[in-house]
Design a protein around this ligand. Structure first.
Ligand SMILES: [Fe+2]
Ligand SMILES: [Fe+2]
Length: 298
């Protein structure tokens, strides 16, 4: 046996998942930081599911820190100050966004005054808000970064590879060891390339934006945890969180169509990563994938 029992804490398996069962590692080294990341929250169903369950989920997983991507939490388009405050009050530590960050105009006044709500870091320098934040934790300082890819993405932003690299260099010089990046990108190649680009210099790189969880979680050769896309927190019976019939009709007819957010049971998708605070390296990574039960939805 490698470790004494005192070094570990145990948490119960969290899953009520019916379609997909992924075993969460329920043994955890207490001197390592566990981060739960949840992908794009879609509309009221996703928002309510996260707000109502995040406290119990982090308790069951024994997670120390929670990051969510909230770019679609307001009716599928952007995030409002009210929603951001509700997510923080529910236990979320940092909210990341992406290409939908400006969809709700009221955010323009709120974003510069809430450092824990991020927009992509590779906007021009005078853009309101920040793409990086450093927070004190019992494991030391943790930096959360948010960047946006450039392949098939709008608006076209500055080069995320160079800008994130510069920010990581600055953070490392400041003594920050735990660095987590939400890379909001359309293509799997750009997301994977970012993971390897930062391998060994950050703790974790997780992709968002496609709303579809990939099955490639791994720790890269130099110690960075990577998942190409975390997936979304939204209605299970949907097309990327939107009403099925509307999207199918759009593809079939080619006509302009509104895409309301779908209803029904919600699946929460994301990533769990354990990090050694002394080295900043990841020691464990897995997907989080949980179809909520009816009682968890009420
Ligand atoms: Fe997006
Ligand atoms: Fe999204």
């Amino acid at each position: 046996m490698l470790f004494s029992s005192k070094q570990f804490t145990h948490c119960a398996p969290n899953h009520t998942t019916k379609a997909t069962q992924i075993a969460v590692n329920f043994i955890r080294h207490l001197d390592q930081m566990r981060i739960l990341f949840l992908g794009d929250i879609v509309g009221e169903p996703g928002r309510k599911a996260v707000i109502n369950n995040i406290s119990s989920i982090t308790t069951k997983l024994n997670a120390d820190f929670c990051i969510v991507n909230g770019e679609n939490s307001a009716g599928g388009r952007g995030i409002t100050p009210k929603i951001a405050k509700e997510l923080f009050a529910a236990g979320v530590h940092v909210i990341t966004t992406g290409d939908h960050v400006w969809d709700q105009r009221e955010l323009l006044d709120y974003l510069p005054n809430e450092p824990k709500l991020l927009r992509p870091i590779n906007y021009p320098p005078d853009t309101p808000g920040n793409g990086s934040v450093v927070i004190d934790s019992k494991f030391g300082k943790i930096a959360v970064l948010n960047a946006q890819g450039r392949t098939f993405m709008n608006p076209p932003l500055e080069n995320p590879f160079t800008i994130v690299e510069d920010e990581v260099t600055r953070l490392t010089k400041d003594g920050v060891k735990i660095i987590f990046l939400d890379f909001h990108a359309e293509t799997t190649s750009e997301s994977i390339a970012m993971g390897f680009h930062l391998d060994g210099t950050v703790s974790a790189v997780v992709g968002t934006h496609t709303h579809v969880q990939t099955a490639d979680e791994r720790i890269l050769p130099k110690g960075t945890a990577h998942l190409t896309d975390a997936g979304m927190c939204g209605p299970e019976i949907s097309v990327l969180g939107r009403n099925v019939e509307s999207v199918v009709w759009r593809f079939k007819s080619g006509l302009p169509t509104r895409f309301p957010v779908a209803k029904g049971p919600v699946r929460l998708c994301g990533m769990i990563v354990d990090i050694d605070p002394d080295s900043g390296k990841a020691t464990h990574v897995e997907r989080y994938n949980n179809l909520l039960s009816p009682s968890e939805m009420s």
